[in-house]
Design a protein around this ligand. Sequence first.
Ligand SMILES: Cc1cc2nc3c(=O)[nH]c(=O)nc-3n(C[C@H](O)[C@H](O)[C@H](O)COP(=O)(O)O)c2cc1C
Length: 203
Amino acid sequence: MTELPPPPQLGDPLPPAASPEVLRFLALRRSTPALTLAEPAPSDAEVTELIRLAARVPDHGKLAPWRFIVLGAAAKADVVARLEALAQAKGDPVLTAKLGKLRVPPLAVVVVSTPNPAASIPEWEQLLSAGAVCTNLLYGALAMGYGANWITDWYSYDAEATALLGLQAGERVAGVMLMGTPREPPLERDRPALEPLTTRWAP
Ligand SMILES: Cc1cc2nc3c(=O)[nH]c(=O)nc-3n(C[C@H](O)[C@H](O)[C@H](O)COP(=O)(O)O)c2cc1C
């Protein structure tokens, strides 16, 4: 594992530093299709580091409105078995088929959005911070050399499925972050033309 700097201490100066390597990473990174993710997955120590890096996100009000559920291979197999039973009870074979993306990869880290409705920070901003955590987790895993993918699928939205994952009232799945080693390199996907999406505001 690449040696990471220890967590900075409160008040440590952290000046911006140009990082061509990060820019190159952003220019070329690609999510890995879930069904191509195999062992090895990030180790326990790497998952701990990934969560530390993922949590270093903008967070208005410093509320930390998110939490993590780590599903290693055995735990994930248990969750998938329970979700399979739930899918069968619902009688929709599409739900069962969708579980393949969760079953195949060796590791999943679920990012749970835990907004505090009583906080003065708009809930929208608390949800965005959870999305930023998902992005950091995805990018961290890719930067460690693993394959990773951000999925949600029906079990992120189904009340019985989220209860099975231990989510409480008001909590939502922001992302199921699948990780492993790609059996084949992902290919570049379609990207939008950016000019129509960009307004250069003229005074
Ligand atoms: C919030 C969110 C949820 C997603 N859920 C799914 C999903 O359930 N199934 C799926 O196939 N892709 C899903 N995706 C898309 C995958 O992450 C997709 O592989 C990714 O957009 C590939 O883009 P990239 O290579 O630029 O990272 C989701 C993406 C986001 C942002």
